[in-house]
Design a binder for this molecule. Structure first.
Ligand code: 2AM
Length: 421
């Protein structure tokens, strides 16, 4: 019997998404250039309960095993590998079949490919998938853009495979035409850069100025995660403070090298901000922080010079009321988060106007509520703000958000005072 859908590219995301689709009862064919990954995936499908997943070592047999109109999701490295995979598969695809790129692809590449495959009579979707390994397996947030006809073919699958959030539904919706799904996923990642940098700075203030221990940091973040900041990233941050190093004494967080890399979507977001003349200072500062983070050796040398100059003493020799500082940092973090999301939404709106995509910002907040890395209770408030006024010029001028910012202004300024001297 023929399968319902195919998936090509069985690295971490592909393998887990394929298993998720099979787990929801949709028979799936899978293929990967390196065939050992096909066998590995078939093995996992057996172990996880004889899921209806069928492996193929040959692209032709793979394509022909899928019912028509065929739908194939690709999860291969962005760039040339996507073009090569399209070439390998389209040799056997027929008019009306559909290819979906589930990777973090630059949106203009998707628009080019949509045109190229249209010449062969094929439909195309560029679909952002967020949630990492766990999300892909249990329920990701998905952002499909491109052919609405192709979306309709697989809507039933996507609605079941996506993360399910009580009261707001499955975390997937048709985003819009062309490369809009990839663009929205890119901005999602830019917002994620902002969230992570804000958390890192909150940690730094509490640790350097407040001299909180890891136990105190854990209890602060655990408390925060019960209120307006409730989110996946705050939750895993709280958890990490409790983890002991398995190679000796002390905490893991104090042994982690403070040096990070990046894969490109943050940089693209900042480039787009410049192209569109949209201010995105929080997201830009997060990207800058990653550049600086990468310069570990230079920073170690610089720290010696500034230490001998007593520079850091100004920061650390302040009298602090810990309880007040924790409360102030919580409010500052929330206020800054509102600003960061406002920037991300402004970027999406500016692009939507330029391209005529007609994107619905409230819907995007809804599908980010589950599955993805930036999932947070706070997204409900963003959805409500756009429900109140779909043409809101900026999240900050929504009456509710404006009030929240004003209420937190003094706390925010006190935190700024602590680090600016
Ligand atoms: P591989 O296992 O054969 O390397 C992430 O790297 C995924 O993209 C893997 O499934 C990888 O396949 C696939 N990939 C990378 N480059 C590719 C290419 N040029 N053609 C097909 N698949 C590719």
């Amino acid at each position: 019997p023929l399968t319902r859908i195919g998936l090509a590219g069985l690295a971490v995301m592909g393998q887990n998404l394929a298993l998720n689709i099979a787990d929801k009862g949709f028979p799936i064919s899978v293929y990967n250039r390196t065939t050992s990954k096909v066998d590995e995936t078939v093995e996992r499908a057996k172990e996880e309960g004889n899921l209806p997943l069928y492996g193929f070592h040959d692209p032709e047999a793979f394509v022909k095993s899928i019912q028509k109109p065929r739908v194939i999701i690709m999860l291969v490295k962005a760039g040339a590998p996507v073009d090569q995979t399209i070439k390998a598969l389209s040799a056997y695809l027929e008019k009306g079949d559909c290819i979906i790129d589930g990777g973090n692809e630059w949106y203009e590449n998707t628009e080019r490919r949509e045109k190229e495959v249209a010449e062969l009579g094929l439909l195309y979707l560029g679909m952002g998938v967020s949630g990492g390994e766990e999300g892909a397996r249990r329920g990701p947030s998905m952002m499909p853009g491109g052919s609405i006809e192709a979306y309709k073919y697989i809507e039933d699958i996507l609605l079941k495979v996506a993360a399910q959030v009580p009261d707001s539904g499955p975390c997937v919706t048709y985003i819009g035409k062309g490369g809009s799904g990839n663009f929205v996923k890119m901005i999602h990642n830019g917002i994620e850069y902002g969230d992570m940098q804000l958390i890192a700075e909150a940690y730094d203030v509490l640790k350097s100025v407040g001299k909180l221990t890891n136990e105190e940091l854990q209890s602060a973040f655990t408390e925060w995660n019960k209120g307006e900041l409730l989110s996946f990233l705050i939750e895993i941050t709280a958890d990490i403070f409790g983890i002991k190093d398995d190679k000796g004494d002390g905490y893991l967080v104090d042994k982690v090298l403070d040096k990070t890399g990046m894969k490109g979507t943050g940089k693209w977001t900042v480039q787009q901000a410049a192209e569109l003349s949209v201010a995105a200072p929080t997201i830009e500062a997060s990207l800058d922080a990653r550049f600086l983070s990468g310069l570990k050796d230079e920073r170690v040398e610089a720290a010696k010079i500034f230490k001998s100059g007593g520079f850091s003493d100004i920061l650390t020799d302040q009298h602090v009321d810990k309880k007040q500082l924790i409360d102030d940092v919580r409010k500052a973090l929330y206020a800054a988060k509102i600003c960061s999301y406002a920037q991300g939404m402004n970027l999406i709106r500016a692009k939507s106007v330029e391209k005529g995509w007609g994107l619905e910002l409230g819907e995007l907040a809804r599908i980010w509520k589950g599955g993805c890395i930036i999932r947070a209770i706070f997204l409900d408030r963003i959805k409500q703000a756009y429900d109140r006024n779909a043409n809101l010029a900026n999240l900050l001028v929504d009456p509710e958000f404006a009030k929240e910012i004003i209420d937190r202004q003094s706390a925010w300024r006190r935190v700024k005072g602590k680090v600016a001297g």
